[in-house]
Design a protein around this ligand. Structure first.
Ligand SMILES: Nc1ncnc2c1ncn2[C@@H]1O[C@H](COP(=O)(O)OP(=O)(O)O)[C@@H](O)[C@H]1O
Ligand SMILES: [Mg+2]
Length: 250
């Protein structure tokens, strides 16, 4: 089982759009996929029309695993399950803080699902919290959308700096360009320079596209309603890139 997360310190960069479409592409590629919506805003759950989850109380890693398992829902697409967002997650930081090995608990909890899924994909909230640290330590691969702008570039540097300071494995960090506008000179310039300083940079870039924005109206992955549009093809290419044996390591 592979654990992949969609993460950035920054909001509004395309984490959820990636999670939803990558989950769909993984399932198309025959991977039994579980999407865990860790963001209390619940946008990924909304796109899959699975908004509410059963209440559960988390006291320790066992009740956390039980609560998550009870909340697994089938999506409309066979082979793709979802654990919708839950307000209880707001307590995760406090709960994790009180545990032994407080930075590694999430990995242990997710190991529970090893025999049921090939991939667990986590859609993460922005910010760096104890939950994010758990996500970093749980993930085999951390996909980081980077809009080719100065501020996005800066948050990527902050993230790589954090990994250095905390002695986390930078190999797991896989940035990629998101919401790319080919006509923008600044986008082109940043795209030409930035990957050289990040060995794990993925080759696939996701274009800015009105088709992606329509997910809010269609409430399903772009790959389900516009499977051949440019952005859908890009998400599929990104999926192929990370599934390729050489793609899993920089
Ligand atoms: N490739 C894209 N092209 C155009 N709009 C996009 C693209 N990716 C995401 N968006 C839009 O940008 C907004 C933020 O995207 P989202 O995936 O929710 O970001 P995050 O999860 O990082 O906060 C949403 O309204 C979404 O529809
Ligand atoms: Mg999001």
């Amino acid at each position: 089982m592979k654990i992949i997360s969609s993460y950035s310190i920054k909001g509004g960069v395309g984490k959820t759009a990636l999670s939803v479409n990558l989950a769909y592409a993984l399932r198309e590629a025959g991977e039994r996929t579980l999407l865990l919506d860790l963001d209390p805003q619940g946008a990924a759950s909304f796109y899959f029309r699975l908004e509410s989850a059963k209440k559960f109380k988390m006291r320790d890693s066992q009740s956390m695993a039980e609560g998550l398992r009870k909340n697994i829902r089938e999506s409309d697409f066979p082979g793709l399950d979802l654990i919708p967002s839950n307000l209880e997650y707001r307590r995760l930081d406090i709960l994790l803080d009180g545990m032994a090995k407080r930075k590694k608990q999430l990995r242990n909890v997710l190991e529970e699902f090893k025999s049921d899924y090939d991939v667990i994909l986590m859609d993460c909230p922005p910010n760096i919290t104890l939950l994010s640290e758990n996500v970093f330590r749980a993930s085999d691969m951390i996909l980081v959308p980077v809009i080719p702008t100065v501020l996005s570039q800066r948050t990527l540097e902050q993230l790589t700096g954090f990994f250095r300071d905390e002695e986390l494995s930078a190999k797991t960090l896989r940035p990629f360009f998101s919401m790319v506008q080919k006509r923008s000179k600044m986008h082109r310039e940043i795209m030409a320079d930035l990957p050289a300083s990040h060995p794990g940079f993925l080759k696939t870039a996701i274009p800015f596209s009105a088709d992606v924005e329509k997910m809010g109206l269609r409430r399903m992955p772009l790959l389900a309603y516009a499977p051949t549009c440019e952005a859908a093809r890009a998400y599929r290419a990104l999926c192929d890139e990370i599934l390729a044996p050489s793609g899993s390591r920089p």
